[in-house]
Design a binder for this molecule. Structure first.
Ligand code: HXC
Length: 260
């Protein structure tokens, strides 16, 4: 399938990649781009050949935010009755396969929020993150105030959201928002694909369960989360791959997953 604002590829076994491709606007996230992104992600979700998704932009920009020119004329009534921005959440509600964000350059406003909706963030040391909505007379609208605060704590998140100050990829890693940083764009992409391939090499049932239980920690109190995890852990004794994985360990063999 061909898209206008994104490109898709399968660069490694089991790995699907979506590359945001609206270079003239630094990958500003207009509604048609988000619609295409949702379509591509849903196809990967259904695909038998893809286990893990990589979401990236260009070296210069992951995404410079929601499209300010599209938002400028919106009225409250239009935004409210059309649930403006709600479809962005499809990424978090529909996709059960892991998504790794590879962030280079600008990840601002909605771009930062999009990266934070992903399951893992890798970035360059010089990546430029921020929630600068305050400078436009507004606030984050795609989960930024919630996800940034959970990731780096209230005081830092409050400072960043109220000042609109940018922060580097190096800071993002130091504060725990990003999992790893790299000094060049090439290293970023190479290592992102390597991690994606590693995850794609495991049982898809276990990987989906792993994503599910970690994400539950963001929604549930500790006791409920631990109980939820234990239930999922119990349920995996019903999978073929749990038998295969433990038998392979005991027999010093390599596990051949059935994804069942
Ligand atoms: C629409 C954008 C854009 C955006 C950049 N462009 N960001 N268009 N929406 N968010 C366009 C510019 O208008 C310009 O188009 C072209 O991309 C290149 O941008 P320049 O500003 O010329 O580039 P540069 O000088 O390198 O500056 C880069 C930048 C700056 C620092 C990233 O573009 C910038 O500050 N952008 C806005 C960042 C921002 O405020 N993002 C948050 C948006 S609010 P022309 O046609 O002039 O060449 C938001 C709300 C989210 O995301 C809430 C819910 C999702």
């Amino acid at each position: 399938r061909s898209y206008e604002y994104i490109e898709t590829s399968e660069p490694r076994p089991g790995v699907g990649q979506v590359t945001l491709n609206r270079p003239k606007a630094l990958n500003a996230l207009c509604t048609p781009l988000i619609t295409e992104l949702n379509q591509a992600l849903l196809e990967y979700q259904k695909s038998d050949s893809v286990s893990v998704v990589v979401l990236t932009g260009s070296q210069k920009a992951f995404a410079a935010g929601a499209d300010i020119k599209e938002m400028q004329p919106l009225t409250f009534a239009e935004a409210y009755t059309n649930s403006f921005i709600e479809s962005w959440s499809d990424l978090t509600t529909q996709i059960k396969k892991p998504i790794i964000a590879a962030v280079s350059g600008h990840a601002l406003g909605g771009g930062c929020e999009l990266a934070m909706m992903c399951d893992i963030i890798y970035c360059t040391e010089t990546a430029n993150f921020g929630q600068p909505e305050i400078k436009l007379g507004t606030v984050p609208g795609a989960g930024g105030s919630q996800r940034l605060t959970r990731a780096i704590g209230k005081s830092k998140a409050m400072e960043l959201i109220l000042t609109g100050k940018f922060f580097s990829g190096a800071d993002a890693e130091k504060w725990g928002l990003a999992a790893r940083t790299f000094s060049t764009y090439e290293e970023l992409m190479e290592n992102t694909l390597k991690t994606a391939e590693t995850i794609a090499g495991y049982s898809r049932v276990a990987v989906q369960a792993g994503k599910e239980v970690v994400n539950k920690s963001q929604d549930l109190p500790l006791r409920d989360g631990v109980e939820y995890e234990r239930r999922v852990f119990h349920s995996l004794f019903g999978s073929q791959d749990q038998k295969i994985g433990m038998k392979a360990f005991a027999e010093k063999q390599k596990a051949e997953w059935t994804h069942k």
